[in-house]
Design a protein around this ligand. Sequence first.
Ligand code: GLA
Length: 384
Amino acid sequence: MNVKEVEKKFQAIYQKQPTHAFFAPGRVNLIGEHTDYNGGLVFPCALSFGTYLLISPREDKQTHFHSLNFNFSATVNANAFTNKPTEWIKYPLGVMKEFADRGFNPWGYDLLYYGNIPNGAGLSSSASIEIVTAVMLNEVTRAMFDMVEMIKMSQHAENNYVGMNCGIMDQFAVGIGKANQAIALDCATLEYEYVPLAMKGYKLVITNTNKKRGLTDSKYNERRTECEEAVTAISKEHPIKFLCELNIEEFNHFNHLLPNSTILRRARHVISENQRVIHAIDALKEGKLNKLGQLMNESHKSLKEDYEVTGIELDTLAEESQLQKGVLGSRMTGAGFGGCTVTLVAENEVDNYIKKVSQLYKAKTDLEATFYIANIGNGACKLY
Ligand code: GLA
């Protein structure tokens, strides 16, 4: 559905025209997984698909939420903040609470959400809902927050209201993405630089495992705790705030302090992944796509063996992809435990690649994979 079609749905549901429309994309991360909450580097891009939010003011002090994707519909008021809902509405509501907590009145609107990001697939459908809500509230409340502030507020909502202890990468990419550019972001300082995605005959193919994700949030939060344990242990001799302050040599020097081999492998992934991002940024700047591909393969291996966030579905997709003609590299993208892979494929091999990998994947997992050619789009914006 495009915005015109969502508009028609708005009219059918609310019997009036929307006064404003907003859009926020999803994101794909090229490399730098589970580094953001460790004060490291990430290298994501915004996608051309995302979430639309159409609105119109209401007379009363309530807000009506309607999601076309979830067939969800509810009218709520400020009491909803304390009732902490478990369903979809927690994402926009968490962001509304951020505005309310800063003294801006977010109530009194009819809202319609529609997203074309595959849901729960590691392409940041939640961050997209949060950021589109923040951009809308910023406009209607005239709060005048800048994008980085709204990114922080959305992350805070996800950490504290939704209960997912995510880093800042997703909200950042969704908020400040730029067409045909990757974002080299330092999550410790929030300094960033755009790097042109000069693809020279190659395409980024995103493949969804279509595996239903179960315990993602609790497993994710568990990995964060393991990283904090590593920081505490190393800090006994060498005080650090984040694991990514260490390079590989320093890590090798201090890793005897770590309490067990699991914590050691978790920390080794984070620190080696951070070094891979540094090399990947250089590789893309220098047009060395072969090198970028090789780093993507190494990243997947480390996420599989050291960080243990892959599983049979992601491993099958990434490893079978790596063997295909015209493929320079393939890895899981996002939190893991299901979700998607991202693969660098020669343009003239894409059809063949999709055919082969979908057969191999089906044979091994009995699941159908879905393939998307990634178009790299702009960050969140007001459409009208
Ligand atoms: C999820 C989180 C991000 C990041 C990635 C893993 O997408 O929301 O903050 O930690 O996982 O790199």
